[in-house]
Design a protein around this ligand. Sequence first.
Ligand code: PXP
Length: 241
Amino acid sequence: MPTLAVNIDHVATIRQARLATFPDPLKAALVAEEAGAHGIIAHLREDRRHINDNDVERIAKETSTLFHLEMAATDEMRKIARRVKPYSVCLVPEKRKELTTEGGLAVAGRVKHFKDYVGPLQDDGIKISLFIEASSEQIDAAAEIGVEYVEIHTGHYADAEDYESRKRELEKIFVGIGYAQDLGLKVNVGHGLDYDNILSFSKIPAINEYSIGFSIIAEAVFTGLKPAVARMAALVADFSA
Ligand code: PXP
């Protein structure tokens, strides 16, 4: 059965807009859990533009579902992850100037580098996910590195401006999901998914988890967080019916 992990970064984005002490992303995480989220995601960016170190510590300690830490593959982040011990670490590419993660991590051709990087995390019992494009080269490399999960980037599909390109992007994602599953990888999907465009995934078997942030927090402005999460969780639950 697919699960929903809610990314609460943008609760911290609102807090940081005023450099205030609220809204608290931990409080949002607890509400999301109450509303049916199966996991909580926070991206600790190198520039700390939204989530900060203290948020990560508190979320790791006080949430009761699975905590997924998104981060760049740097030494600093690995030290933090080893201290905080999330359920999983999702490695993402990071550029300082981007508004949000712009594409998948390039792991093809860098198998040894990433194997060495994730080894100590895996020794600590932390599961590893790689946020990658739905390309066979990247998926092959992920399998070689020996990670447990890949998260297939759905952003190009979500951003596609016309029917044909949306269809093309979706087809790439579907092929990639099947390819990764055949290699024994568990497959998550995420980026740019919302209450409408997620429906294209309803017939795809065995997606492990949907990783969704922005659309839920945006919806929460109008409905409150609990109904916004509950509505997305109900959609995802229906996919397995
Ligand atoms: N997955 C990854 C790896 C991401 O970087 C993000 C954005 O932080 C998401 C999923 C969630 O994307 P969105 O906020 O567009 O739902």
